[in-house]
Design a protein around this ligand. Structure first.
Ligand code: ZN
Length: 460
């Protein structure tokens, strides 16, 4: 029996509404930027209306690992908060987590405020920040309660990049985890063995072995899996929650699966699921420079299994685009090519096509991987990551039957190539809604001004 006692700003009717727990055909009533009710409602109960019959209505995508305007290797990643977040929305993502970075001799809170100012001018979707910690001196770590109060509740550590001032030693990581654990907060880790990798790079350069084929050989699978093993041991000793960024290897996954006595989560990325290291032996090899590097097909298969079983709970992108010329200008040694690839706009369509359509993942599992699990693990649930009364009305309407070929010219990231160029996908996001406001429809951008907001996060 249709109800008409409701007064909605927006009604989305007849779509297949997918959450982490179910997939049902129902209407979504939205009021004041939030989901007000699910059920069967009359068209007259709302000021505006979208017919969603035949479409999948899912919680907006959440990408927990992106780098806008990141300085790297003498250049800067080519998307800023404006272009990157707009492309994100056009690809079905409504919340992203970027990084503030500790600045030498500067308060942690000042670093967060500076990054927020940079984002707030332009950002078109909601965003949050992790904080990269590279100096664990007490005078900085005593600011942790203040950063938590600002809504920054995850702290990123690197076990790689010793020459860039990013790497923490095992002892420093232990100090960070001990302190972060006191608040029940989480350390996120880029887990690669930086010292071994640096020694490999130097050796290859001395031998004149500088082609891209030596990039993956300088960062073999053991440099990830052994770093993960050590990080998990430190998490065990300190009782700290830990998240492993961009998991790329079967061995690394085994180590995570064996760590049953700690709170650990892991993300992988579309590039590790869909591409492999054979690309480093092609003329376009430099485009695919990333850390960790692309791996072997058997690693990808292991990651797919981990996603299905839940031992990998989410897919993020590590979106860090560099243009064709940034990647390939000159005859660069592999050590000189900036690491990173574009991906924020293609994550949802690629994962829908590959996970749901090709591999038969259920729609709720898909929603968990791209939205709910990131929201839960990173302290944003149930404001984000689900479709329930009271949740932010962040929604994506996806046409599950749309066929498209990935072409960089039809994408919106500030990048003139795509790692997935020419790939055929089934399913494409056609409408993206942020807190009840339509951001884009059929590839058309609607708002005149950026609408994104900073989302303070709880301790997950
Ligand atoms: Zn990253």
């Amino acid at each position: 029996m249709p109800r008409h006692d409701m007064d909605f700003d927006l009604l989305i009717s007849g779509g297949t509404v997918v959450t982490e727990s179910e997939s049902v055909i129902t209407d979504i009533g939205i009021r004041d930027g939030r989901v007000a009710a699910l059920g069967s409602f009359q068209r007259s109960s709302a000021r505006s209306h979208i017919k969603a019959a035949g479409l999948v209505a899912m919680p907006g995508g959440i990408d927990v690992h992106v780098h806008m305007s990141l300085p790297f290797g003498g250049t800067v990643s080519s998307d800023d908060f404006g272009s990157g977040s707009r492309a994100a929305a056009l690809g079905g993502t409504t919340t992203m987590i970027d990084f503030a970075s500790q600045i030498p001799e500067t308060s942690l809170c000042d670093a967060i405020h500076a990054r927020k100012r940079e984002a707030d001018r332009q950002v078109c979707i909601d965003y949050a920040l992790h904080l990269i910690i590279n100096d664990v001196a007490d005078r900085w770590l005593r600011e942790l309660p203040e950063t938590l109060a600002l809504g920054v509740s995850t702290f990123k550590a690197f076990t790689a990049y010793p020459n860039e001032g990013l790497m923490l030693s095992q002892l420093e990581l232990r100090e960070l985890m001990t302190r972060v654990a006191q608040y029940g907060a989480q350390v996120d880790v880029h887990a690669e063995d930086g010292l071994t990798i640096e020694a490999n790079r130097q050796r290859f350069v001395e031998l004149g072995q500088t082609s891209m084929a030596f990039h993956p050989r300088s960062r073999p699978a053991t440099t990830e899996s052994e770093a993960i093993r050590d990080v998990l041991a430190t998490a065990h000793q300190t009782g700290c929650r830990v998240h492993i960024h961009h998991l790329s290897t079967a061995e690394g996954l085994s180590n995570i699966e064996a760590a049953t006595d700690i709170s650990v989560s892991a993300e992988t990325c579309p590039q590790y699921l869909l591409l492999d290291a054979s690309l480093y032996n092609t003329p376009k090899a430099a485009l695919f420079a990333a850390s960790p590097p692309l791996r072997e097909p058997q690693d990808s298969e292991a990651l797919w299994k981990g996603l299905r079983s839940g031992s990998i709970s989410m897919v993020a992108t590590d979106h860090c685009p560099f243009t064709f010329s940034q990647k390939t200008a000159g005859d660069k040694a592999f050590t000189e090519v900036p690491n990173g690839m574009p991906g924020i706009e293609t994550r949802i369509p690629l994962m829908f096509s590959e996970a749901v359509v090709k591999r038969g993942f259920s729609l709720p599992l898909f929603a968990q991987i791209v939205s709910t699990n990131p929201a839960r693990r990173f302290g944003m649930y149930p404001q984000k990551g689900t479709i329930k009364p009271g949740s932010d009305a962040d929604l994506v309407l996806l046409d599950p039957k749309a066929h498209k070929q990935i072409e960089h010219t039809k994408l919106h990231m500030n990048c003139d190539w795509s790692p997935y160029e020419g790939m055929e996908v089934t399913g494409w996001p056609i409408t993206t809604i942020l807190r009840g406001e339509i951001l884009c429809q059929e590839g058309e951008w609607i708002p005149a001004n950026p609408k994104g907001r900073f989302i303070p996060r709880k301790v997950g």
